[in-house]
Write a protein that binds this ligand. Sequence first.
Ligand code: SF4
Ligand code: SF4
Length: 86
Amino acid sequence: MSRNFVTPIGDEGIYTLDTGSWRTFKPIMNKDKCIECGICMSYCPVGSITGNEQKIYTIGYEFCKGCGICAYECPSQAINMAKEGD
Ligand code: SF4
Ligand code: SF4
């Protein structure tokens, strides 16, 4: 499913932000280290991390901008930032 991440602010009016294209580093989640706390989902500024009823958290890369906040905030060091394309 394709979504548009838009902003209504600015001289140009509403426009689409392709935040996924900003990424030079990519978060990789190690499920073995994940303690299923959901903190990464709470902190992601573009809503790229989702969780289901079973507390399985997944990073979606369509809008992930590679900021690294999820990796920084993870209490279990379950997310590492890797160079995009590696
Ligand atoms: S913050 Fe870390 S431990 Fe918590 S759900 Fe996210 S990846 Fe798992
Ligand atoms: S790197 Fe930033 S944008 Fe990507 S999932 Fe983590 S917090 Fe969200």
